[in-house]
Design a protein. Structure first.
Length: 239
């Protein structure tokens, strides 16, 4: 079975500093794959390069297509979407308008856009309740839901999530990860970058550990969660 996403020998540099060095990553359709690691390991850089936001060397293949030939909007049109760490919402705009921006590449099909909007409201009832509020008035958890909902408006096949639990209270973190897990049931594949290693490994099928720009460990998520090296470094205990 061919991979939905395949990254080979990826290198990304900021000037003379190489932030990602020779990374290889593969994921199949229907999977949740997580990338964990410390601050500064290159996790966000990896996602940004895959999305086409940063120059890189190496190959990124999505659904059999070499993405080097496609710009960011063309990638989104093919169902390849990124939810950035800072969420990048338009604070002065209403919740509903932020969501509609997510459907920009499908704007010509008004019926589909309305269906997608209703599906997002069904999944996130709090967004429906606050549809006329400005995004800047939402709580941290609601903003993350809005960022997820906006991405879902593009009807993605592959959703890349950068630190979805960042800055959220533990109860909200559990809710966000429940939502992430439920998205897989709708046919969305997820590449999850996350510092909350325990929650990420509990949610994912497969995991990669990134340190100083390189993959140091990889394997089924349940095995990584039991690996003494991963436990000692990222899970706060010993095995």
């Amino acid at each position: 079975m061919s991979a939905l996403l395949e990254i080979k020998d990826l290198h990304v540099a900021y000037g003379k500093v190489e932030a990602v060095r020779g990374v290889a990553l593969t994921m199949q359709s229907g999977q949740i794959v997580t990338v964990i690691g410390p601050n500064g390991a290159g996790k966000t850089t990896l996602l940004a390069a895959a999305a086409g936001l940063l120059r890189s060397r190496g190959t990124v293949t999505y659904d059999g297509i070499d993405l080097s030939r496609l710009d960011v909007e063309e990638r989104v049109e093919r169902g390849f979407c990124l939810v950035p760490e800072r969420r990048e919402l338009f604070g002065d705009m209403a919740v509903a308008d932020n969501l509609l921006l997510g459907a920009y590449v499908r704007r010509r099909n008004g019926t589909e856009v309305k269906q997608s909007l209703q599906q997002v409201y069904d999944r996130f009832p709090r967004l429906a309740e606050r549809r006329r509020q400005k995004a800047q008035t939402l709580s941290g958890g609601e903003r993350q839901m809005l960022a997820l909902g906006r991405a879902l408006m593009a009807r993605p096949r592959l959703l890349m999530l950068d630190e979805p639990s960042l800055g959220l209270a533990p109860l909200i973190v559990r809710e966000i990860f429940r939502i992430v897990a439920s998205l897989r049931e709708t046919g969305v594949s997820i590449l999850l970058v996350e510092q909350n290693a325990r929650a990420a490994l509990e949610t994912a099928n497969y995991g990669y550990v990134l340190e100083t720009g390189q993959v140091t460990y990889q394997g089924p998520a349940a095995e990584l969660a039991d690996d003494p090296r991963v436990v000692a470094t990222y899970l706060g205990g010993s095995s």
